[in-house]
Design a protein around this ligand. Structure first.
Ligand SMILES: Cc1ncc(COP(=O)(O)O)c(C=O)c1O
Length: 427
């Protein structure tokens, strides 16, 4: 096994380990039984306050025993999403009382959220699957080059590695400055990486390593000028940043609504821009695979799937709309900024995320002098059951915290205080 592969296998195992909750005691039985008061809509212009966000928090099953800072890996769905899945699944198993799921209505609501015509969206299980559909569905000439950074998640990257090995393509990764300083600096790094052979740019909209928001619109324009295809790993933005896919100008966009949109696990999205709708080869086929007039819907035809997940997906989009995309983004970035600012005041903390908040998503990464990431993560867990992500990929070994609407300012302050205490011990 190569060092690279070993690093990825290890980091994949660590990412998996981060999902293993410590048994049933993690779940607060009472909160499962006790229905929360339904979330009240707040008019868009009305001021939200901490009381409002406490009501939002009460919609979740997250146990107060710990502090969950790992939405970047997987979101915690609100009760309405879980209820929608269970209700649909329960009815389904009665056989005769099964409820339908209106997939076209779901496509319309997701399209409205992401600024994409409904017919350009297909439902997949996650970003990994969507990216595999893109890489596997294009025609290449030997020697074509695929370019991406050394900040790619295996779920966005490996489909391209595999297709490159199989078809004799050139697979290129290049580094980005850490911490990143500006969008212009990032654009310049991409400009330098492109060669006359480049056929595809695989671009993470938000880097999973340190939350950098890449200048995707500018990168897509640059690629288009040169006839280069753009495939965006958009695992994070839906439910986090207001996004307009048509305006971004990308050819393809792959996403995981189970993260920030808080949809059921196993719901994914594939956006195929209009010019590609009849040119992308489908990876999984069934009847109607070549009915080009069906646009992206033809990519949904892959045998029997679990429709209950889509009932939950619709509930997740409705929940997000009820709070309001602008309000969600403002709140979770405010929480992320509070975390970043708190950490930046601690001696010994080395921040890996951008200091410019306009290019920083609410994923904050850092190291602490004198601490390995493993030891720091363990210490946070032992003190307050703080759940974070170890960014072990590429041997970075950074600690990453994500903030969502269910996180509170008190949780942020608590973790900043803990990090300060730990940093002081080894300074
Ligand atoms: C940037 C990025 N791409 C892809 C993935 C893979 O997502 P999924 O497992 O939902 O396919 C992740 C998961 O964390 C990610 O952060």
């Amino acid at each position: 096994m190569t060092t690279d592969r070993r690093a990825f296998v290890r980091s994949a195992a660590l990412a998996g380990a981060a999902l293993v909750f410590p048994g049933a005691e993690w779940l607060d039985g009472a909160s499962l039984d006790r229905p929360a008061a339904p979330l009240r809509p707040l008019p868009p212009a009305a001021q939200d306050d901490e009381a409002y966000w406490r009501m939002v928090r009460s919609q979740f099953l997250i146990s107060p025993k710990g502090i969950y800072f790992n939405t970047g890996t997987i979101g915690a769905s609100p009760r309405t999403v879980l209820d929608a899945v269970v209700r649909h699944m329960t009815a389904f198993e009665t056989v005769f009382d099964a409820e339908g799921v209106d997939l076209e209505a779901l496509r319309r609501s997701v399209g409205a959220l992401l600024g994409s015509p409904p017919q350009t969206l297909a439902f997949t299980r996650n970003t990994t699957e969507s990216m595999s559909w893109i890489a596997g569905g294009l025609d290449f000439r030997p020697g074509d080059e695929i370019v991406m950074t050394t900040h790619e998640h295996v779920g966005g990257m490996c489909a391209w590695q595999a297709v490159a090995r199989r078809r004799g393509l050139v697979f290129t990764q290049f580094p980005l400055p850490v911490p990143p300083a500006s969008a212009g600096q990032i654009l310049d790094a991409w400009r330098r990486a492109i060669t006359p052979r480049t056929r595809v740019l695989m671009i993470s909209h938000v880097l999973f390593t340190n939350g950098l928001i890449q200048p995707v619109k500018e990168l897509c324009a640059l690629a288009r000028e040169r006839g280069i295809i753009t495939a965006i790993d958009g695992a994070h933005p839906p439910g986090m940043l207001r996004t307009n896919l048509v305006d971004l100008g990308c050819d393809f966009y792959a996403s995981s609504p189970h993260k920030w949109l808080l949809a059921p696990k196993g719901t994914g999205l594939l956006y195929v821009s209009e010019p590609w709708l009849d040119r992308l080869w489908p990876t999984i086929v069934s009847g109607g695979w070549d009915s080009l007039q069906d646009k992206a819907v033809r990519f949904d035809r892959k045998g029997t799937v679990n429709d209950s997940l889509y009932a939950g997906f619709q509930a997740a989009v409705d929940f997000h709309a009820l709070i309001g995309p602008e309000r969600v983004e403002r709140r979770i970035r405010w929480l992320g900024d509070r975390l970043y600012d708190g950490l930046s005041r601690i001696a010994g903390v080395q921040l890996k995320s951008a200091s410019d908040a306009t290019i920083r998503a609410p994923l904050v990464s850092f190291t602490v002098d004198g601490w390995t990431a493993d030891d720091l993560i363990q210490a946070l867990w032992e003190r307050a059951m703080v759940r974070v992500r170890h960014v072990a990929e590429y041997d970075y070994h950074w600690v990453r915290l994500s903030t969502h609407v269910y996180n509170t300012p008190e949780e942020i302050d608590r973790v900043v205080h803990l990090v300060a205490e730990l940093a002081a011990r080894r300074s």
